[in-house]
Ligand binder design. Structure first.
Ligand SMILES: [Zn+2]
Length: 372
């Protein structure tokens, strides 16, 4: 590994602006780089379905070691504001000047992948089959991963089942293997309009109906594995009108689908009871944002990687996380992902920073895993 080259590569990449839906310039940079490193490339153009402009990049580096291949995955898009990043290096960290995000999420992950490939090529190291999967639009509802047309992916380019996703906030050594399923919910309440001062008794107030329904819902932490939240309640009438329309948005996430469905049913019941009480109407719209991520091999892969960290004196920790990512979407296609820490902190904010040592350590672990 060449640490200096790695930092230079990171600094070069964070200066390429690549917000969700507009990653093309960065994707072209990466395609060129992966080709130079000897990768066979396949591009998926799923972005045409959602108005983005960058392909999902598949790259393959045929190995000469037996054993299962491994996929290295990361996302190309970054959270705004990310134009004109002015990085400041202070001892062991890289941060911004406080006006932009750093883009370490997830360019630190991509830096790690590139340095792994460079080191292998430069030293002619024996390695297993390596597949690289770089997605656009992860931060905007995982649209890149969701829109991959798997039926068109050539069979020789289909990534290996075991996938190392280098996109976890926190230190090197963290290995996330389980993440919740998530539903977005929209509750709509319809009442009856009336003049609020002259004849309020003729109206049915949809805001009050929503309030009644919400007050009977269990919101927040439901159990160890399940959470819910109300995000907005919207009704915009002047105060002299009995509001006849109110829309509430919420989410439910959890590690067990049955429990989520049980909560959805209980929410529906609360809405129904409120509608009966008020003589109004309700409707519920559910959107399954992503399925749960669960290990498909009884944690074999996660534990193998934990051992690699321990071998290089990095304390490993297997983790269950509360947020979804590309891994949740890819799990549907049969991929077995672990999401590893790469030293990024305070991501999605202008205080984001990267701990250089953690970036090195995770890269070292990946290199060791692939070449043994
Ligand atoms: Zn990320």
């Amino acid at each position: 590994m060449n640490k200096k080259r790695m930092i230079e590569n990171f600094l070069e990449m964070i200066k390429i602006h690549s917000p969700s839906n507009n990653e093309r310039v960065y994707a072209e940079y990466l395609i060129k780089l992966l080709k130079e490193l000897g990768g066979e490339i396949y591009l998926d153009e799923g972005y045409k379905n959602y108005g983005g402009n960058a392909p999902v990049i598949f790259a393959k580096f045929k190995g000469n070691l037996s054993g299962e291949g491994v996929t290295l995955a990361a996302h190309m898009d970054v959270i705004e504001p990310a134009l004109g990043v002015n990085p400041i290096i202070e001892n062991n960290i890289i941060k911004t000047d406080g006006t932009t995000t750093l883009g370490g999420d997830d360019k630190a992950g991509i830096t790690s992948i590139i340095e792994t490939l460079r080191t292998i090529k430069e030293n002619n190291l024996n390695h297993r089959d390596i597949f690289v999967l770089l997605t656009p639009c992860e931060e905007a509802g995982m649209l890149g991963a969701k829109n991959i047309d798997w039926t068109s992916v050539p069979s020789n380019m289909k990534p290996a089942t075991n996938m190392l996703v280098i996109d976890n906030a926190g230190r090197a050594g963290l290995i996330a293997h389980t993440a919740p399923s998530k539903y977005g919910i929209t509750f709509t309440f319809n009442g009856k309009k009336a003049h609020a001062g002259i004849e309020p008794e003729k109206g049915i107030n949809a805001v009050c109906m929503a309030a009644e329904a919400i007050s009977n819902m269990k919101i927040g932490r439901i159990d160890e594995f399940t959470t819910s939240n109300i995000g907005s309640i919207k009704s915009t009438f002047p105060t002299n009108v009995v509001a006849n329309h109110c829309v509430v948005t919420a989410e439910l996430r959890g590690h067990f689908e049955e429990k989520i469905l049980e909560m959805l049913n209980s929410y529906e019941k609360s809405c129904k009871n409120a509608a009966i009480l008020f003589g109004g109407e309700y409707s519920i719209e559910k959107r399954h944002d992503y399925p749960a991520l669960k290990p498909k091999d009884d944690l074999k892969f996660a534990k193998e990687f934990a051992k690699i960290y321990e071998d290089i004196d990095v304390q490993s920790e297997l983790k269950i996380i509360g947020g979804g990512s590309d891994s949740n979407i890819l799990a549907k296609e049969g991929f077995n992902s672990i999401i590893i820490g790469v030293g990024m902190y305070d991501v999605h904010t202008v205080n984001e920073y990267l701990v250089i040592d953690d970036l090195f350590k995770t890269t070292e672990a990946i290199l060791k895993y692939i070449t043994q």
